[in-house]
Design a protein around this ligand. Sequence first.
Ligand code: FES
Length: 261
Amino acid sequence: MDNGLNDDDPGGARECSYGWCAASRRAGEAEPVAGADRPGFLRAGLRRRAFMGRLAALLHGIVALAAGAPVIAFMLDPQRRRSRGATAAPFIRVASLDALPSGRPVRVPVFAPRRDSFIQYPRARIGEVWLLRGGVANRSAGRGGDPAGQGGTGADGNDPGGNGADGATRNATGADGPPLVRAWQTLCPHLGCGIDYAPLRRQFACPCHTSAFAPDGSRLFGPSPRDMDALDVRITNAEGRPWVEVQYRQFRTGVADRVVV
Ligand code: FES
């Protein structure tokens, strides 16, 4: 029966809720609020429970975010490392020029800031380099992994004029032509063992599979697929004395070409 109230339960058959039903509506009674039929302290309990539920959901969200952020950062980190690796390696001060003997290779550690996962080390040992001051003629052009034959001359464009930003940098090439200081990565291009120097034979020698290199880093024999990896060098003046700085990089092992990793 149409009662003009657009009633969806005209017969009043549906069960009433909170004591209110279609008949009550027809009688003009206001629709009751949930819990309104309960005592005041029970209604307050309902509101408190709803508030606590929302607060718990918010706290869960915050905890989930805090727990998930490191995981997301870890997953994205290789991508960030790749983009960082694409930028040029900085020159790192490794030794005082005055402390280097002439004509004898010296192995020196390289220290630099390093980030390990989420820990930042202001000064960590990141590797070693062989340094040789004078005494060795420049390598012939086009050899192995240093096609320009200019390893250690700083002539790769990083300091083309021999003058760094502080105006105190000069090319690591001696006035008579041969490099004043040359530097090589100590890791063997074959499989990455540490290369030693045998002073009696005047050779660099890898103890793992007996690759041998001349004092200028060129490959003599053994399974190494290329020469020792030459690093760019520059000399800077600071604190009243000259310093040797090296552009420290590591390279892929087991391949003939030099590929920075
Ligand atoms: S790692 Fe040096 S020769 Fe194999």
